[in-house]
Design a protein around this ligand. Sequence first.
Ligand SMILES: Nc1ncnc2c1ncn2[C@@H]1O[C@H](COP(=O)(O)OP(=O)(O)OP(=O)(O)O)[C@@H](O)[C@H]1O
Ligand SMILES: [Mg+2]
Length: 416
Amino acid sequence: MTTKTLDRTRPPTTGHRRPPGFISRWRARRAERDQTIAAHRLAQAVTAEFREACTALRLCQYVSVAAGVTVRTPRVGAVHGGPPMSLSVELMAGQEPADFTSRENGPRLAHSLGGHGLRVEPLAGRWVRVTVLNHDPLRDRFGLPSLAVNSGYEALILGRTEDGITLGHAFTDAGHLAGQGQNGSGKTNLCYGLLSQVAAAPDVLVTGSDITGLLLGRPWDGTVHRPHQVVGTGDVPAHAVLLEDLVSEMDRRLATIPPRRDKIEATPTTPLMLVVLEEFPGLLRAADALPKPKRGEGVPVGDRIRSAVLRLLSEGRKAAFRVLMLAQRFEATAVGGGYARDQFALRISFRVPADSLAMLHGDDARPLGREHANAAAGIAYLSGLGRDCERIRVPYLGEYGEYVDRIQAHGRRAAS
Ligand SMILES: Nc1ncnc2c1ncn2[C@@H]1O[C@H](COP(=O)(O)OP(=O)(O)OP(=O)(O)O)[C@@H](O)[C@H]1O
Ligand SMILES: [Mg+2]
């Protein structure tokens, strides 16, 4: 006896009166079924990988049962092939989304799933969506639209985090800002972005010292900010004079804080003084290279600059002063001492060696240093203001001419 098995993967060969379009409908059904099988296999494989990785990284619970100890891992719901691939996961009691993206677990879990990084977003209840990112989410540069805030209280765009969140920063709510990075790592571009956004605010005055004369100075010609800026190395004592004048203004403000207030609020009449110190160690070097005055005939220019900046850093916050200091490396001696360095509430490090990273962000940041030592321009670590050290990409404004155009377009001018 012969038996004939029905091959359901082939269209029936008999019968001349097939309905029109039968073959194509049959092919579509088969493709759909193949796809469902493939998706199911992928889901099984990804779930198994995820659970194994969770066990290896101890993102699991050990439960004692009669037969011994069993391992419970977070439950995986749906798996979507993507790209980017994502899976819904039910966190176990006591787990937080951040446990999966922490510095220790995030990269390992992502590599186990064949990706570069993970993004974890809450869904509902204990369920989260884990997205496996195929490449460094900060790889691509992003532009900064020509925006200008109407007040120093409004948040400026500072950068974008690895999980795609845009970070804002209002100069009024924070303390001083420090930016470090090697040559060409993106420090000045960060300031191009911040200053062009704040240039129009009536309650902010952009003042400071810039020995390069590119960030401050000429681009600001014709604006109310320009008379409060000193640039170049032609007259180094002028930088000390400016900074001492700022200290006098700070003292005047501190002496006139209204009763029942402990700080000056920035307004158009007492604007927030944003003191930009571009390449500050370079300014100190230029000042220290000047001939020293004879004993009893005045204070060396370098010391005058150091003590003015130290006072602005330690007392300026209450008087609506914010210092934005840039340096290639925040070594204590290069920036006016360890005490001065400790006053920065918000710290940003572009490409730097590991010891420089630890110098500004603390020893916990040292393990991040190896990879960051080769970071592309515009990628930085940011810490402070309640945020752990996290990697961000700073927006790119464009060519230098674009910065000049934006300052000319938005820079506040005297009312005529
Ligand atoms: N956020 C960014 N995204 C992409 N590219 C950037 C970014 N920032 C800077 N770059 C690139 O890096 C170059 C150098 O940037 P920038 O002048 O800001 O560096 P720097 O750290 O100030 O260097 P230096 O110490 O020499 O002053 C820019 O011309 C630009 O091509
Ligand atoms: Mg620069």
